[in-house]
Write a protein that binds this ligand. Structure first.
Ligand SMILES: Cc1cc2nc3c(=O)[nH]c(=O)nc-3n(C[C@H](O)[C@H](O)[C@H](O)COP(=O)(O)OP(=O)(O)OC[C@H]3O[C@@H](n4cnc5c(N)ncnc54)[C@H](O)[C@@H]3O)c2cc1C
Length: 468
């Protein structure tokens, strides 16, 4: 049977693209090699990590955060098995949901490994070795990404003692000492989970700050807060070896600026040094599909590869490795294939770190504006000056808005604070409509809300805040 579209990979890029294309009247199939749909994000990424972040946050909150509110409870005890069961149930509900949506939208799902035979032909090899061939007008590569190791260091990830994020969301006991190699988003999120549950967590980061490309103001204060929460953070440290020992593992690093090597023992080492595009066994070379110098499938502005009828989206192509970026590309590509004008605004893709407090960012950082020579102005407002934040004992952090000095158009928004990941969207919508800080500062915000800090930061950008 011939399809209009065959999507290889059912992560946020692939499944969203498939559903949208079907909604637009195309005949669609999805090939997924995992036993369940939803990709990295739903099975071993965004969703399980957020289930554990929430549960561990509740645990820490009951343990340390309610006494001051006049709630006196005995110290909580941890039932890790039950916490993991909550995570697994959350994953199951989400991946089953994708299967349901496929049925509802008449998307045909095939479980098996997809391979491009040639433009217009995809083979599906099932676990029992049986092969079927699907004919299609268009092929979409949405095969996502996989764990990348530590550059220049041989690491044997066994997912028990030396773990990637996949093992890091499935430990069967709380390690006494955990070393996190890489202080990016995944390392800080999963490091937080285990620190809240009682592990002594040491984070080793090569750069001079955590969270890589985030605005430096945010990452500086974020680092202070994470240290206050008990994490031992060592920046400008280059890991040179990760080895198993009789009792666990040891990690050796050297200061980037030179100096003696340091070795730390750990029960569990989490390697969170990034992810790489996943294109193994897809038949790209035979099909003549070009990769870029970082192993990503090369595409043009319409997600087209160099081979007619073959497209690619999500983590396997350039751009931030984020689920919502993959989803938006999926929608845009489905629209293009249906003869519409889909597009993604890469200048307005929010990015969130789901620690407590959360870190959220959209648009340009101050460092990027400086480097580009853009004349800008800055407005900031701290949560210590927000009434609702005081009532909630959530005064850590601030809102920072960057706007063009001349036109006042908002170019970036950065929030460190409770609920930052939700609040960032009003700045994203404003930016999508090319709004100014004055537009935001003159928009009535309900009182008392944390979002008033966003309004006050906008007021600080074009004139002055009231409550500071
Ligand atoms: C621990 C963790 C936490 C994360 N948290 C967040 C978060 O909070 N927010 C966020 O935005 N992003 C988060 N991410 C990133 C997010 O998961 C990815 O950006 C997103 O999943 C990319 O979607 P995708 O569709 O491109 O690929 P994927 O989700 O990786 O899906 C690709 C799918 O293709 C399948 N596949 C590969 N090759 C074949 C083949 N040959 N045949 C058939 N199927 C194949 C794979 O099995 C996989 O299911 C997290 C990632 C991790 C690891």
């Amino acid at each position: 049977m011939a399809y209009d579209v065959v999507v290889i990979g059912s992560g946020p890029g692939g499944y969203v693209c498939a559903i949208k294309a079907a909604q637009l009247g195309l005949k669609v199939a999805v090939v997924e090699k995992r036993a369940t749909y939803g990709g990295t994000c739903l099975n071993i990424g965004c969703i399980p990590s957020k289930a554990l972040l929430h549960a561990s946050e509740m645990f820490a909150h009951v343990a340390h955060g309610v006494d001051q509110l006049g709630i006196e409870v005995p110290a909580p005890t941890l039932n890790l098995e039950k916490m993991m069961a909550h995570k697994d149930a959350t994953v199951k509900a989400n991946v089953d949901g994708v299967g349901f949506l496929f049925k509802k939208n008449k998307v045909e799902g095939f479980i098996g490994t997809g391979k491009i035979v040639s433009a217009g032909k995809v083979s599906v090899t099932a676990e029992d070795g049986s092969v079927q061939e699907l004919e299609t007008k268009n092929i979409i590569i949405a095969t996502g990404s996989d764990v990348a190791g530590i550059p220049g260091v041989k690491v044997d990830i066994d997912e028990k003692v030396i773990v990637s994020s996949t093992g890091g969301i499935a430990l069967d006991k709380v390690p006494a000492q955990m070393v996190v190699v890489g202080g990016g988003v995944i390392g800080m999120e999963l490091g937080s989970v285990w620190a809240r549950l009682g592990a002594k967590v040491t984070v080793i980061e090569y750069l001079d700050k955590l969270l890589g490309g985030m605005d430096a103001d945010l990452s500086k204060q974020f680092q202070r807060l994470m240290s206050k929460q008990g994490m031992d953070i060592r920046t400008e440290a280059k890991v040179t070896a990760v080895e198993k020992t009789e009792t666990g593992a040891k990690v050796t690093y050297e200061p980037v600026k030179g100096g003696d090597a340091v070795t730390i023992d750990a029960d569990v080492v989490l390697v969170s040094t990034g992810r790489k595009p996943y294109t193994e066994g897809l038949g790209l070379e035979e099909a003549g599909v070009t990769l870029d110098n970082r192993g990503r499938v090369e595409i043009d502005a319409g997600f087209k590869t160099n081979v007619a009828g073959i497209y690619a989206i999500g983590d396997v192509v350039k751009g931030p490795m984020l689920a919502h970026k993959a989803e938006d590309e999926g929608v845009a590509l489905a629209e293009i294939l249906a003869g519409q004008h889909g597009h993604v605004n890469y200048d307005v893709i929010p990015s969130v770190v789901y620690t407590q407090p959360e870190v959220a960012s959209v648009g340009k950082t101050e460092e990027e504006l400086k480097a580009a020579g853009v004349a800008y102005k800055v407005g900031k407002f701290p949560f210590t000056a927000n009434g609702r934040a005081r009532a909630m004992l959530a005064t850590d952090g601030f809102v920072k808005i960057l706007a063009d000095k001349e036109t006042d158009q908002v170019l970036g928004g950065h929030i460190l604070g409770f609920g930052a990941g939700d609040m960032i969207h009003e700045i994203a919508v404003l930016m999508e409509f090319s709004g100014s800080s004055e537009d935001l500062g003159r928009t009535c915000h309900a009182h008392p809300t944390l979002s008033e800090a966003v309004k006050e930061a906008a007021m600080a950008t074009f004139f002055k805040p009231i409550h500071m």
